[in-house]
Design a protein around this ligand. Structure first.
Ligand SMILES: *[C@@H]1O[C@H](CO)[C@@H](O)[C@H](O)[C@H]1NC(C)=O
Ligand SMILES: *[C@@H]1O[C@H](CO)[C@@H](O)[C@H](O)[C@H]1NC(C)=O
Ligand SMILES: *[C@@H]1O[C@H](CO)[C@@H](O)[C@H](O)[C@H]1NC(C)=O
Ligand SMILES: *[C@@H]1O[C@H](CO)[C@@H](O)[C@H](O)[C@H]1NC(C)=O
Ligand SMILES: *[C@@H]1O[C@H](CO)[C@@H](O)[C@H](O)[C@H]1NC(C)=O
Length: 525
């Protein structure tokens, strides 16, 4: 275990009032000494403002708002990256992309995935006796042993990447419209000639493709059924369980059955939000009826809204990144502006997580790994460093203290993938590189290096509109601290075991139910 991690543990321990075994305060709702169950639900491209409890304009998340009233809502909670694969890799490993090797997205033809010697949360929990299941979007590689069934999950049901990475028979919305799958049994002969959008979207159960193309109209209902079945069976088995649900929502609405009066307005996005909310509500209901007092449900977003999709993208709430948007480009998904990585987050565990509490602690998706591992009484891989904190004291209402420092890696808006270009330090945030993602108008805006960095005070300027003046006392006070923490983490990463993901592509790894059918359709459909 590295010194940074130890230091971080001690910081954690300080706010708990001293070092004592985690089990002493773990699981107060549990009287039988049984390990707690964990349900982690990750939404896709959901904006901070898409949660009604965060943002009064949003009125489509009744179940999530209820969960907030019955649990804890985090308002300063951050994804570990601003795009899908790196954010998910960090959730499952507790490590930044510079350590685990996943710095940008995998594609349909990606040969690799999350490096095989990175240890996932599912592997750690399975080792500790847990039944493990994953439902939904994986996006950490699907070729051979990169598939979730080889990464610690006993059970898998889902689309291995995003639901717009392939054609379907019900393509519906999206900008530009997703193509419908070609029909007919003309053998595709050579998959190499096909762009991935010509290959039908696959749905897996464990290692088998059970539907291709997926019927997106029924997908949310299927995810709900499989999730409730998993919880039911796992509870009946008498073993503790870990269920990780990677929702297909929000991303971009694709299903064609949402009849909206205004198909090019907010209607389709709001219908998608309600569908997602209902799916989460069904999972929570199942937990409430099966293992209510002994299950932690942790809901979070994977990154901010996909602004280039215009009215089919979510809301950043007050985190508009207006310094960037003034120059062009979006300040949401893919960027290190708040709209890119500050995400909605909730924790629910009746009897253990206090009711109706809003936490302002600075937290990260990176904290799920150490927190869950500690609550499970499981053990960490000791040969590498971690970036998260065990924040169970925050969850239990005993502390308001999270991170002092977070690092936000570049996820494609500007600069090198994975580079720690933005530093959060208390209420301040320093940018060494700025750049926008593609906005609704198609513009990305200029990418700029800043040395010395631009520094914003988020407490006074949530919109990141005006950086502090470089000559001012506040700037001069913060700058040396920013430099110090950045130098520290870079040294630590240099001394750590760091993995590299294989980003090479080969059309032969495209998931295909039947290569003799056009679009790789399953013969049955
Ligand atoms: C992935 O696919 C390639 C074919 O391009 C194959 O050679 C390789 O062994 C596969 N990798 C794994 C880890 O299974
Ligand atoms: C998936 O794999 C798990 C674990 O091996 C097994 O219990 C389950 O029956 C499998 N499900 C299906 C539908 O194949
Ligand atoms: C998809 O599922 C819906 C709802 O069950 C059904 O009405 C529709 O016909 C299905 N679409 C296709 C292409 O099978
Ligand atoms: C939750 O707290 C808020 C503000 O503290 C209060 O207005 C609201 O009534 C509470 N809701 C419930 C369900 O207790
Ligand atoms: C994974 O393997 C690579 C290549 O051998 C190595 O450099 C890296 O440190 C390993 N990662 C871990 C976490 O052990």
């Amino acid at each position: 275990m590295g010194w940074l991690f130890l230091k971080v543990l001690f910081m954690g321990a300080t706010f708990l009032g001293g070092l004592y075994p985690l089990v002493d305060f773990c699981c107060s709702g549990d009287t039988r000494g049984q390990k707690p169950n964990f349900v982690i639900i990750l939404a896709d491209d959901m904006g901070w403002g898409d949660l009604g409890a965060n943002w009064a304009e949003t009125k489509d998340t009744a179940n999530l708002d209820e969960m907030a009233a019955e649990g804890m809502r985090f308002v300063d909670f951050h994804a570990a990256a601003s795009t899908c694969s790196p954010s998910r890799a960090s959730l499952l490993t507790g490590r930044l992309g510079l350590r685990n090797g996943v710095t940008h997205n995998f594609g349909v033809t990606s040969v690799g995935g999350l490096p095989l010697n990175e240890t996932t949360l599912a592997e750690v929990l399975r080792q500790a006796g847990y039944v493990t299941g994953m439902i939904g979007k994986w996006h950490l590689g699907h070729n051979g042993s990169y598939h979730p069934n080889f990464r610690g999950f006993d059970y898998y049901f889902g689309i291995p990447y995003s639901h717009d990475m392939g054609c379907t028979d019900t393509p519906g919305y999206n900008h530009p419209p997703c193509p419908a799958c070609p029909r007919g049994d003309t053998p595709s002969r050579n998959l190499k000639r096909h762009c991935y959008t010509d290959v039908a979207l696959p749905l897996y159960e464990n290692l088998s493709i059970v539907e291709q193309p997926v019927n997106l109209t029924r997908l949310a209902q299927k995810y709900a059924e499989k999730a409730t079945q998993f919880i039911h069976r796992a509870s009946a088995s008498g073993r503790p369980f870990f269920l990780y649900v990677g929702l297909a929502h929000m991303h971009v609405p694709l299903s064609g059955t949402w009849h909206c009066a205004d198909p090019r307005g907010r209607g389709p996005y709001r219908a998608g939000l309600r569908e997602m909310d209902s799916l989460v509500g069904q999972i929570k209901d199942k937990v409430d009826h099966t293992a209510r007092e002994n299950t932690l449900i942790w809901f979070a977003g994977d990154n901010g809204p996909w602004a280039q999709k215009c009215e089919l993208a979510g809301s950043v709430g007050p985190f508009t990144g207006s310094w960037q948007t003034r120059q062009g480009g979006s300040a949401a998904k893919q960027t290190t502006w708040e709209g890119g990585h500050r995400v909605p987050a909730l924790a629910y565990w009746p009897g253990t997580v206090p009711l109706n509490v809003t936490s302002t602690a600075l937290l990260s998706v990176l904290d799920l790994f150490p927190t869950v591992v500690a609550l499970a009484g499981a053990s960490f891989p000791r040969d590498r460093h971690f970036d998260g904190l065990d924040v169970s004291a925050v969850l239990f209402g005993r502390s308001q203290t999270g991170h002092r420092v977070l690092f936000h890696p570049n996820s494609g808006a500007a600069g090198e993938y994975g580079a720690l270009q933005t530093v959060r330090l208390g209420r301040h945030k320093a940018f060494y590189i700025t750049g926008g993602a593609q906005a609704c108008d198609g513009k990305v805006g200029p990418a700029w290096r800043h040395e010395p960095p631009l520094i914003f005070n988020l407490e006074e300027d949530a919109a990141e509109a005006e950086p502090l003046g470089g000559g001012g006392a506040e700037y001069q006070r913060v700058l040396p601290k920013v430099r110090e923490v950045l130098a520290e983490v870079l040294l630590d990463i240099a001394a750590d075991k760091t993995s590299r993901a294989d980003y090479t592509q080969d059309p032969l790894v495209t998931p295909c139910c039947d290569p003799h059918q056009r679009a790789c359709r399953c013969p049955a459909t």
